[in-house]
Design a protein around this ligand. Structure first.
Ligand SMILES: Nc1ncnc2c1ncn2[C@@H]1O[C@H](COP(=O)(O)OP(=O)(O)O)[C@@H](O)[C@H]1O
Length: 287
């Protein structure tokens, strides 16, 4: 699909959150600002349809390992791994009055308004287009049906990988997450060995521990408390269904059960995506 500036503007105007949907003045203001800014952002960029590389999406619950596998796969494919959560955290790292309200939503495990999310993504895609990026793996976007429809207007998604893992393991994984405050690398201190009962397969995931250079700089995300993790999982279950159904109906969705740690899961993941990989990535994957 050819994405013109007009199509880009539709990405913003498509948002179901009309300014009247926001109850507080700050939110209405942010919405109005995003509308005009985003239109400008998109109209000043080259067409996203000039991308010729893979345009893939990773779906899955918090803690399932989207970031880990999406970033590994992105390296093989030679495209960027664009993690919506990282864009959000980066944006909210500077304290501003509107940012504080958004941060509060995030710390409660709630989704941020579409206009905020679409603006961040549009800016990231624009920067990528300028830098000559040919495709992307999106992680954490789209999360709602309205985000799916907005994305469809400006990209041509080929493959949607839906990572799945049982809920008790997801909670353990989220609570074990640690990030190096120095270099931003993700680790996990959870030592998971569960299952085997009631016909469920055993799941063994050893910790992913940091090297000494990161070990004393580890931080925990404010939204990785048990209460918030459970809330995020509930929100996800509710909101992901329409997204999954949309891509399933288009025959673009592939379910993938995470079966263990990286050494077991990664080769299986590569096997299932191999038929979709461009020629040049196949030789890297085979090496
Ligand atoms: N597509 C999105 N739509 C709305 N809010 C989002 C989106 N992606 C990320 N966020 C916000 O950023 C937070 C962190 O996102 P992320 O790192 O993807 O967390 P997780 O997948 O572990 O819930 C989310 O809880 C939500 O508040």
């Amino acid at each position: 699909m050819r994405a013109t500036a007009a199509a880009a503007r539709r990405l913003v105007s498509h948002s179901p959150l009309s300014s009247s949907a926001f109850r507080s003045p700050w939110a209405r203001h942010a919405h109005a600002a995003a509308q005009s800014e985003l239109s400008e952002t998109w109209s000043s960029t080259r067409s996203p349809s000039s991308r010729t590389g893979p345009q893939w999406i990773f779906l899955g619950c918090p803690g399932v390992g989207k970031g880990t596998y999406a970033s590994r796969l992105a390296k093989f494919l030679g495209v960027p791994h664009i993690a919506m959560g990282d864009l959000v955290r980066q944006e909210l790292s500077e304290p501003t009055p509107s940012g504080l309200k958004l941060k509060q939503l995030m710390n409660e495990g709630k989704l941020l308004p579409d206009n905020v999310i679409l603006e961040l993504l549009a800016k990231r895609l624009e920067a990528g287009t300028v830098a000559g990026e040919t495709g992307f793996i999106l992680d954490g976007f789209p999360r709602t049906r309205s985000q799916v429809e907005a994305l469809d207007k400006v990209t041509d998604i080929e493959l949607v990988l839906n990572l799945r893992l049982r809920e008790d393991v997801l909670v353990m994984k989220c609570l074990g997450r640690r990030i190096c405050s120095g270099c931003g690398t993700n680790y996990n201190i959870a030592n998971i060995d569960v299952g085997g009962e009631n016909g469920a397969p055993r799941i063994f995931m050893p910790p992913l521990l940091p090297p000494p250079s990161c070990a004393n700089k580890l931080i925990i995300r404010a939204d990785d408390t048990e209460e918030v993790v459970r809330a995020r999982l509930n929100f996800y279950a509710e909101e992901s269904k329409p997204v999954e159904n949309y891509y399933r109906a288009q025959e673009k969705l592939m379910d993938f059960d995470v079966i263990g740690g990286i050494p077991e899961t990664w080769p299986k993941l590569l096997d299932v995506v191999r038929p979709f990989m461009p020629e040049e990535s196949l030789s890297v994957a085979a090496a």
